[in-house]
Design a protein around this ligand. Structure first.
Ligand code: PLP
Length: 387
């Protein structure tokens, strides 16, 4: 098999010698000639049929799906109009009446809300436990599905996917992993026995903070068929332009992730050495609680770093205002460094007590470390952390 970057550039591209194009075109079509009985008709890799209607499948979208599947070392890839469309379509396509799901309590907020909706409106049983409980396999009920985020937001706890993958395989439990924070460059959950790996492609996969998209990979044909049909009826297909932007983003994923991994490690070390910082959360730091697990399940420690200034919440707000290069915005995974205060954004609806219970300090700053020159980034944080 060719290397990650070679596949990122060449797999899935639609190159047609009649035009001599080098780059996959944006097929901005809602519909296609039907029936298409040309014996050389190009077939959608998921349906095995010529293209018909873009909600069902589209050449640019399918090109993205094939490239992404290759990078996940997966047989099948499906893309969606957002990370949330990926998650909701997957869950709605795979759950059954009476399904019992186990998940973690430090989930992305909208995913958590979706689970609460499933519980309320459809009577699906969902339990939430801590990452430590999952990692110690302290599970005393029978579940049909487990849903985890492999590196959590915002305190970067790391799931031991090797152990969890084995546990689920032995018990025939569907394991679904949101690996958005790791990206397919740093982690490929299917390797550890996950049935589905999924991503908010809005983040590292696209990489330029200019598109909202989602992706999923699986080696299981039955799951692929269910979710592919689910996308058709729930309607969360991506538009061709977004698919094109994600396709282009994927070509530099390897290069960008190497730089994100390196910059984040250096920034984390700088922050750990600062007298004004109480704690740094980064899977690559040897004294971080989840470092030993991270070493086993991550090929790089990623671009996300969180830290708590000694001066608490008020000081954190001052730091946010004083940063000149790092941009205050809640997303992540782009080439530019973004900073956010979870207490004011993703976790704004939680009380101080709830934040404390979830182990999220009020003054926590989450940094999505970009690919700028690290000296400039460190300089920016050095001048901003003055309280
Ligand atoms: C871990 C994680 N999963 C899923 C999502 C949802 O993705 P999207 O915003 O593309 O719908 C996000 C968004 O921030 C996320 O951080």
């Amino acid at each position: 098999m060719k290397g990650f970057n070679t596949r990122a550039i060449h797999v899935g591209e639609i190159v047609d010698k009649r035009f001599g194009n080098v780059v996959t075109p944006i097929f901005q079509d809602s519909t296609f000639i039907h029936p298409n009985d040309d014996p050389n008709a190009y077939l959608d890799s998921n349906s095995g049929e010529p293209f018909l209607y873009t909600r069902v499948g589209n050449p640019t979208v399918n090109s993205l799906e094939m490239k992404y599947a290759s990078l996940e070392d997966a047989k099948f890839g499906i893309s969606f109009s957002s990370g949330m469309a990926t998650i909701s379509t997957t869950l709605l396509s795979l759950i059954k009446k009476g399904s019992r799901i186990l998940s973690i309590n430090q989930l992305y907020g909208q995913t958590y809300r979706l689970f609460l909706d499933l519980i309320k409106k459809h009577g699906i049983e969902v339990d939430f436990v801590s990452v430590n409980e999952i990692n110690s396999l302290d599970i005393n009920k029978r579940y049909d599905m487990m849903y985890v985020e492999s590196v959590t937001n915002p305190t970067l706890q790391v799931i031991d996917l090797i152990e969890l993958g084995k546990y689920c395989k032995e018990r025939d439990i569907n394991l679904i992993v949101d690996a958005t924070f790791a990206s397919p460059f740093n982690q490929r959950p299917l390797e550890y026995g996950a049935d589905v790996s999924l991503h908010s492609g809005t983040k590292y996969i696209s990489g330029h903070s200019d598109v909202v998209i989602g992706l999923l990979s699986t080696n299981d044909e039955e799951i692929r068929d269910k979710v592919f049909n689910g996308r058709k009826v729930y309607g969360g297909s991506p538009d061709p332009l977004s698919a094109y932007l994600a396709l282009r983003g994927l070509k530099t994923l390897g290069l960008r992730m190497e730089r994100h991994n390196k910059n984040a490690m250096e920034l984390a070390k700088f922050l750990s050495d600062s007298e004004k910082v109480r704690k740094v959360y980064y899977p690559g730091l040897p004294d971080f609680e989840y470092h030993e697990i991270a070493k086993k399940v991550l090929k790089g420690y990623g671009g996300m770093v969180s830290f708590e200034p000694k001066g608490g919440f008020e000081c954190a707000k001052k730091i946010m205002k004083s940063l000149t290069l790092a941009v205050p915005a809640p997303s992540l995974g782009g080439v530019e460094t973004l900073v956010t205060l979870p207490r004011e954004t993703s976790h704004a609806s939680l009380s101080s007590e709830e934040l404390r219970r979830m182990g999220i300090p009020e003054g926590l700053i989450r940094v999505s470390v970009g690919i700028e020159d690290i000296e400039d980034l460190i300089e920016d944080f050095k001048q901003a952390i003055s309280c």
